[in-house]
Write a protein that binds this ligand. Structure first.
Ligand SMILES: Cc1ncc(COP(=O)(O)O)c(C=O)c1O
Length: 385
């Protein structure tokens, strides 16, 4: 299926996880919206655009199972989480319970606003490899104190590519009266997402990764009763909207001054594309390819699995601990000498090689990676076993 994408055919592309890639029919839809914008900018931005955005939000809401007035488009999850972290009511001594496997930029954001308020961003250490859901949940909540006000957790982590049991975590947190905030950047289009069942108070997801839209398309969901808590990052016309919609939340966060929101409008096309191509089945096949290759990489690198290799913990990405002191150099070498696009990411005192598998990847791609790593092991001391 690589022909469906614009990806450079000369590159073995194993890094879908970082920024996604957009299939041609969805990208054409994007360009169609951009052309309509240039054809009549005023009508597009000030008149029809609002209706288009509403239709797109409705399609997204239907896909992720929430009310269309509880979800607003943002350019990326960092933007969405900054809205939340900046406004979250933090008093001196309050604690946000998280863990030590979260995405670095999100850690920065929460740390920044916690420090400002003299609150604590508590990164509870998680023991790897994960063994069971129950053990993970127990370890996560052992960081709970009387000062814990909220929990913040990823549904799929970045550097370690692990699926966390957020449904159970949110249920327990709610039973303890805590506010629940979930980073689902990698979730839409990757594993099932049902916000009605998940019961997070706040959830952000990226559509431009596994859901295949063009870049700059993500969302922020906030449960209705909490929407008044969060100020927009940009105050614009939606603040005192002369033509208010039925949702203040949407008016506040959707209007940010002039911008090209064409990427947001491609969501209905992306959902149609996923359905048309029976994506769930394809995703399952990708997961199987991920798992099938795991052991040979552990053997090659003298490494180990970060969790049981089941769909409870692993989706279409796998992170393999790798011994290198120069991750950036190794990533550049894999790209420049072997034409393999794959991230080599440090996290705390460990480095991870993470492969992502999507519909266009085949066994051959993982063989290319395997041979490249084998060659580097033989010809340099960049990787240790
Ligand atoms: C777990 C996780 N959260 C958040 C993000 C943030 O994405 P962005 O930089 O697009 O805001 C990423 C990006 O890869 C991620 O992996």
């Amino acid at each position: 299926m690589k022909d469906l994408f614009y990806l450079n055919p000369a590159i073995t592309f194993l890094n879908f996880g970082s920024f996604g890639a957009c299939p041609k029919p969805i990208f054409e839809d994007y360009q169609k919206w951009q052309l309509e914008l240039e054809y009549e900018p005023v009508q597009f931005v000030a008149v029809n655009g609002l209706q288009y955005l509403k239709q797109s939000r409705e399609a997204l809401a239907n896909y992720i199972h929430c009310d269309a007035n509880d979800v607003v488009y943002t350019s990326n999850p960092s933007y969405a989480m900054s809205i939340v972290a900046k406004s979250f009511d933090l008093k001196r001594g309050d604690e946000i319970l998280t863990n030590n496997l979260e995405y670095g930029a999100m850690d920065y954001s929460w740390n920044y606003y916690c420090e400002k308020a003299s609150a604590v961003y508590k990164r509870q250490p998680i023991t790897l490899p994960l063994t069971t859901k129950e053990k993970f949940i127990e370890e996560f909540f052992s960081g709970l104190t009387a000062n814990t006000k909220a929990i913040f957790i990823s549904q799929i982590t970045s550097t370690t590519a692990l699926i966390f049991p957020v449904k159970e975590i949110c249920e327990i947190a709610k039973s303890k009266g805590l506010f629940t905030i979930v980073d689902g950047a990698h979730v839409p289009g990757h594993i099932d997402l049902n916000l009605q069942e998940l019961k997070a108070d706040v959830y952000t997801g990226a559509c431009h990764k596994w859901m295949l839209t063009p870049k700059g398309c993500s969302f922020l969901y906030v449960k209705k009763e909490h929407q008044h808590l969060f100020d927009p990052l940009v105050i614009s016309w939606g603040f005192k909207n002369p033509l208010p919609s039925e949702s203040k939340f949407i008016d506040y966060h959707q209007m940010q001054g002039t911008r090209d929101f064409s990427a947001f409008l491609t969501v209905p096309k992306a959902i149609e594309f996923l359905n048309q191509h029976n994506w769930k089945e394809k995703s399952k096949a990708c997961h199987e390819l991920v798992i099938k290759n795991a052991q040979r990489f552990y053997d090659l690198l003298g490494s180990y699995a970060l969790s049981p290799l089941t769909n409870e913990f692993v989706g279409q990405m796998l992170s393999i601990p790798i011994k290198t002191t120069e991750p950036m150099k190794l990533q550049r070498l894999l790209f420049e000498k072997y034409n393999v696009e794959i991230p080599v990411m440090p996290h705390a005192d460990q480095v991870y090689l993470r492969y992502s598998i999507n519909v266009f990847n085949t066994q051959h791609d993982l063989d290319v990676l395997y041979n490249a790593v084998e060659d580097i092991l033989k010809t340099s001391d960049l990787i240790k076993r």
